[in-house]
Design a protein around this ligand. Structure first.
Ligand SMILES: *Cc1c(COP(=O)(O)O)cnc(C)c1O
Length: 379
């Protein structure tokens, strides 16, 4: 199967298979039974992926991932409740922005970009703050690539009788999550990350009792998760125009996800990609922001070389000319860039990328890829 260049080494949108792209070559009526069946099958399969069929429902929401996060926060959290947000990067900060914009009370526990949220600190804050009803956190913090310790924190949240809301946008589909073992009120993800669909909708896997209680609560008409859920249940249709071609592509993407062995199969391929990438980059003198224990199979942050001839936009352009799109850094403290390992990529592509990195560095005249010492000291 030929895939059009360039390869997207980014955290979504990402490189999709030719068959996923081909699934978009047909027009669908949004009221058509065949289309409604696709929606229903997608929701059932997503629930199965999280082992959440028993107590949860899957509600798709038009828009990018953030729209689904906004829908979940605005619909599932009581307006009188305070939400504790765990922040160790840009996506954690976005949760705070969303809640603040909606006028919801939030409390923040923050760590550095290269630090993991600490379950002990969460336990202490929950014990001291009875007004906190929910804890919201990021599964894989895409701004650094850190795999946050969700299991440990979920355990603490449950032990204190609070509810967990998990933004697993860049993780679900490749990171194992089991609703029976890791209790969550809601898990949010989208079509264009580890399930390898194209952008256009997100989805919320939310506990049925919380969805039922959410009637009339949302600040927004179009982002009302309860109404979307009820309308889907009643009619089989999305409440407003669905991204039909995107849904058809996602249906195909889920079929390919299952054929690859589901989450375990996908995790294995992404992990092999990341390991090949990190080993090759380290061989060339590059340094990862994070210690090995926190590296995710999703995306990796590399510190920029200290060499005076290194310039990210030139490095980017040289890699792009060779068929690879990488991602700028999203850290405030140090110069960095990111390379993703998700999408229709395998270790062969990673080897090609590493060869392109050699060419790009040679063109720039950078013969030493080590970062400056104080950037390393940060991690
Ligand atoms: C991609 C992503 C989002 C959503 O971003 P959109 O640009 O709205 O799709 C949210 N959280 C995390 C952790 C992400 O990686």
């Amino acid at each position: 199967m030929s895939i059009q260049q360039p390869y997207l080494l980014t955290p979504g949108p990402l490189t999709t298979s030719a068959s996923v792209k081909a699934a978009m070559m047909k027009d669908w009526g949004s009221w058509d039974q065949d289309f409604n069946t696709k929606t229903a099958e997608i929701c059932q399969q997503l629930l199965r992926c999280a082992n959440a069929s028993e107590h949860h429902e899957c509600v798709p929401m038009q828009g990018s991932g953030t729209f689904a996060v906004e829908a979940a926060l605005g619909s599932l959290i009581e307006p009188t409740s305070t939400t504790l947000v765990l922040v160790n990067g840009a996506y954690g900060k976005r949760l705070v922005s969303l809640l603040t914009r909606m006028g919801r009370d939030c409390d923040v526990l923050a760590w550095g970009d290269a630090e993991a949220p600490c379950a002990r600190a969460v336990a202490d804050r929950l014990a001291a703050s009875p007004e906190i009803g929910h804890v919201a956190m990021i599964h894989c913090e895409t701004s650094s690539g850190m795999l946050n310790p969700v299991a440990a924190i979920a355990e603490v949240v449950a032990a204190h009788g609070r509810e967990l809301i998990l933004d697993s946008m860049s993780g679900f589909g490749a990171l194992e999550i089991d609703a029976q073992r890791t209790p969550f009120l809601a898990l949010i993800s989208s079509a264009n990350k580890c399930f390898e669909g194209v952008p256009g909708f997100g989805f919320v896997i939310a506990r049925r009792d919380a969805l039922q209680a959410a009637q009339g609560r949302s600040h927004s008409l179009s982002l009302d998760l309860h109404d979307q859920w009820q309308y889907l249940k009643r009619t089989g249709q999305w409440r407003y125009t669905p991204p039909t071609h995107v849904v058809a592509a996602f249906h195909q993407a889920l079929k390919e996800h299952a054929e690859e062995g589901g989450i375990a199969g996908r995790h294995a391929r992404y992990r092999a990609n990341m390991q090949r990438l990190v080993a090759g980059m380290r061989q060339r003198g590059f340094t990862t922001l994070l210690d090995d224990a926190w590296l995710s199979p999703i995306i990796t942050t590399f510190l920029s070389p200290a060499h005076s001839d290194f310039d990210f936009s030139r490095f980017y352009a040289e890699l792009k000319a060779r068929g690879f799109i990488i991602y700028p850094g999203k850290l405030t403290e140090v110069e960095s860039f990111r390379i993703g390992s998700i999408g229709q990529l395998d270790v062969r592509v990673m080897d090609q990328l590493l060869a392109a990195v050699d060419d790009a560095l040679a063109t720039l005249g950078v013969d030493d890829a080590r970062p400056c010492a104080d950037a390393v000291a940060l991690n």
